[in-house]
Design a protein around this ligand. Structure first.
Ligand SMILES: O=C(O)CCC(=O)C(=O)O
Ligand SMILES: [Fe+2]
Length: 350
């Protein structure tokens, strides 16, 4: 049983009933509900939202001053874990079209979308409301579809017809951009530019298209609860509505969309292989208006069995087999396993 306010209710049953509609949060919004179901109600978040305008560093990837570009990326990745990039090589037309493509997917008829609705991660396209619907304390007001586009691209005919062309085109461009970013990040870590690429950190890509439908009670729920990203690097394209906030010094900072820019953030795997030099910072998506925001996320991740990804898998496995271990005990075990890793904080190939 779970509680909302004073009322106890059968939360698993309500989650299941909602999930089985396969219509997502968008289905609720389109039906014109005036009150959100209680499974979506979050506990109030205690940390304040910063009132001082804050500019997330903008890095000009077209600059010819490479040393200064690398320095900006190093500083932002160490302090904030987030930066924005302009002159990144992805044309505005492609960016606009991918936002439209994600929108077209979510705007499709429920019966068409239902074919993709699943919790089976082995499917080419996984579309659902919240990957953690059954385990999180409160559901997020968000539907998502995602596909692993690299290192093994899926057969195009298995992708949604309404957005497959742009999904392939955009993913190829994000992979290329990722390759360049990993060179700069390698340099920021005082390594040979090809170091992280040689470890295949830049070879995997997940394309995820989020939809945050219109919400009648935006103050009661969240688009995405506070979290860190689990891959190496995330490249985020927000539509003009935005909603992304990052946690800095115990305050939430708005990251309003900058036209033409992409938001880049350090994920857990990059924090880990940089021996915590670069930070994977907590962030969230809040629902600002009663209107809809869409974002597309290219998560550069590691689908292959390298030692970095292995540590995370290892930690999950040890926890599963030894549920009695505390987090600090687990961390100590993992710390010892870290000897497996190349110690890139002390190694300098330059
Ligand atoms: O849509 C957003 O603004 C953030 C999404 C996000 O943080 C995520 O998918 O990991
Ligand atoms: Fe995220």
């Amino acid at each position: 049983m779970a509680a909302t306010g004073d009322t106890y209710y059968d939360r698993p049953a309500e989650l299941k009933a909602f999930d089985e509609t396969k219509a997502g949060v968008k289905g609720l919004a389109d039906a014109g509900i005036q009150e959100i179901p209680r499974i979506f109600i979050h506990q109030p978040e205690p940390l304040p939202i910063s009132s001082t305008p804050f500019q997330i560093p903008i890095v000009d990837l077209g600059s010819t001053d490479r040393a200064s570009t690398v320095e900006k990326i190093r500083e932002a990745s160490e302090k904030l874990g987030f930066f924005q990039v302009v002159n990144h090589g992805i044309p505005v037309s492609v960016m606009n079209e991918v936002v439209q493509g994600v929108r077209r997917f979510h705007d499709q008829d429920v019966e068409v979308k239902k074919r993709f609705y699943t919790r089976d991660p082995s499917r080419t396209v996984v579309y659902n409301t919240n990957f953690d619907l059954y385990s999180s304390p409160a559901a997020n007001w968000r539907d998502t579809f995602y596909t692993y586009m690299a290192p093994s691209p899926p057969p195009p005919e298995e992708l949604p017809e309404v957005c497959r062309d742009i999904q392939i085109k955009y993913s190829n461009q994000v992979l290329k951009l990722g390759g360049f970013l990993f060179q700069l990040i390698s340099e920021a870590l005082k390594l040979n530019p090809s170091h992280l690429g040689d470890l295949d950190c830049d070879k995997g890509l997940v394309f995820a298209g989020h939809c945050y439908p219109a919400c009648p009670q935006p103050g009661l729920t969240m688009g995405a609860t506070k979290h860190t990203d689990d891959g190496f690097l995330t490249v985020l394209l927000q539509d003009e509505i935005g909603g992304l906030q990052i946690l800095d010094n115990q305050q939430w900072i708005d990251v309003p969309p900058t036209p033409g820019a992409l938001v880049v953030n350090v994920g857990d795997l990059l924090q880990m292989i940089s021996n915590d030099k670069l930070r994977s910072v907590e962030h969230r998506a809040h629902i600002i208006f009663e209107s809809r925001a869409i974002s597309e996320e290219g998560k550069i991740t590691d689908e292959e069995d390298h030692c970095k990804a292995l540590l995370i898998i290892l930690k999950k496995q040890i926890k599963k087999e030894n549920p009695h271990l505390s987090d600090s005990q687990l961390d100590r075990i993992i710390e010892r396993r870290k000897a497996l890793l190349v110690d890139i904080s002390t190694e300098s190939e330059k």
